[in-house]
Every structure is written in C-alpha cells, then in structure tokens.
Design a protein around this ligand. Structure first.
Ligand SMILES: [Zn+2]
Length: 234
C-alpha cells in the first residue's frame, strides 16, 4: 500500500501539471481561433457596409421623389399663375392638385432629414468598424506568430506530460487506477488527499478511528468518507 500510495502521489503530481498545461493550451487555441475577434468584427463591418448602402439608396430614392414633387408643384403653379388656364373649373382642379402636391412635397421633405441622418450614422459606424478592424488585424498579425509558437510549445509539453503520466500510472494496480481516474474526474483534478493528525487535508473532516488506524497500518486503500478521495498518510 505504501508503495502504491507513493505511485498515486506521483501520478497526482503529474496530472496536476498536465491539467495546468492542457488548460494553457486550450486557452491559446481558443485565442487563436477567436483571432482577437477579427471574424466577428469582419462580419459586423460587412453588415454595417450593407446597412450604409441601403440607407444611402433609401435617401437617394427620397431625394428623387422630392425633386419630382418639386417639379410637379412648379409646373402646376405655372399653370395657375401663367394665365393659360381660363376655365374656372379647370383652375379649381389644378389648384387642388397643386395643394395635394405641395402637401406630399412637405411630407417628402420632412422625411429627408431623418433619412440623411440615418445614412450619415451608418456611414460613420461603418468607418469606425473598418478602422477598429484594421487596427485589430495589424495587432493580430504582429502577435499571431508568438501565439502559434506558444501553442506549439504547449502542445509539445502536453505530449511529454501525457507520456510521463503513462509512465507514472504503469505500476499502479488496475483497480486503484480506475478509482483514481474516477476521482480525478469527479473531484476536479484532485484525487488524492493527505491526512494530517487524522484530518483529511482536502475536505478537513476528521477520519473515524477505524479508518485512521487502517491508514496507519497501510491496510489496503483508504478513501475519505466525506470527499471520497484516496487518503495518503503524511
Ligand atoms: Zn476528504
């Protein structure tokens, strides 16, 4: 038991280093994949560009409509004041038409302002995003090689630690290794706990006397009744 206790302790120590290195590698890979948000920003910039185009087109349509209405109003006014219409009924009809056209023109002119502002906002947002994106791309281009080197190095170390783990677990009895692996998973990477003065150092619960004496006698594997970890005498 003493022997496999030592083996398990060594295994635990390797596993802790392996978990830390694996976490570092995962983070590096996540950063590489996210590429400083460049794909997200690119998509947003593209959306903003489409937005700007749409709003500019909308504004242009409104301007064309307003111009047409302005012309129409002028044309009708010419007819009213030009003296070409002599018939009173026709004059009344033209005047009515002119009043309608004027009203429509006013409405069209009222919507021009907000449409112009919206188009400008879109354009500004697009410019800002393009600028941010360019900055990010520049920074990323500078830092990416370093990230890739770090990820590669971390991957190498993970592989070495995995070999070290295989080596460390080679002489651990199969049933103990199974228990250890289960605990490693359930107890978030810490399967082993030392016992000091009869207290489990992982969960700080005092062991029953019977268990404590079993542990002292190295009588088979002893687990903590509370946290379930494999206990090792200090
Ligand atoms: Zn415990």
């Amino acid at each position: 038991m003493q022997l496999s206790g030592e083996l398990l302790l060594t295994l635990q120590e390797v596993d802790e280093r392996l978990a830390a290195k694996q976490q570092e590698l995962d983070q590096l890979n996540a950063d590489l994949e996210a590429q400083a948000e460049i794909p997200v920003l690119t998509e947003r910039a593209e959306q903003e560009r489409e937005n700007a185009i749409e709003r500019r087109a909308h504004l242009a349509r409104l301007e064309v409509d307003a111009d047409a209405l302005r012309e129409r109003v002028e044309e009708l006014e010419e007819r009213i004041y030009g003296g070409t219409v002599t018939n009173l009924r026709e004059l009344t009809a033209v005047e009515e038409e002119q009043a309608n056209a004027r009203r429509e023109l006013m409405q069209a002119e009222e919507s021009l302002g907000p449409a112009r502002l919206a188009a400008e906002d879109s354009e500004r947002a697009r410019e800002d995003l393009t600028e941010t994106l360019a900055e990010r791309e520049k920074t990323w281009a500078e830092s990416a090689p370093k990230f890739r080197r770090q990820a590669k190095a971390a991957q190498k170390e993970v592989t070495i630690l995995e070999e070290e783990r295989a080596e460390a677990s080679r002489n651990v009895p199969a049933d103990e290794l199974t228990l250890y692996d289960q605990l490693l998973f359930r107890r978030h990477g810490v399967a082993i706990a030392r016992v000091e003065r009869g207290v489990c150092q992982a969960c700080h619960i005092t062991l029953p006397l019977k268990e404590a004496s079993r542990l002292r006698r190295s009588d088979g594997i002893v687990t903590c009744g509370n946290c379930g970890r494999i206990l090792i005498p200090s």
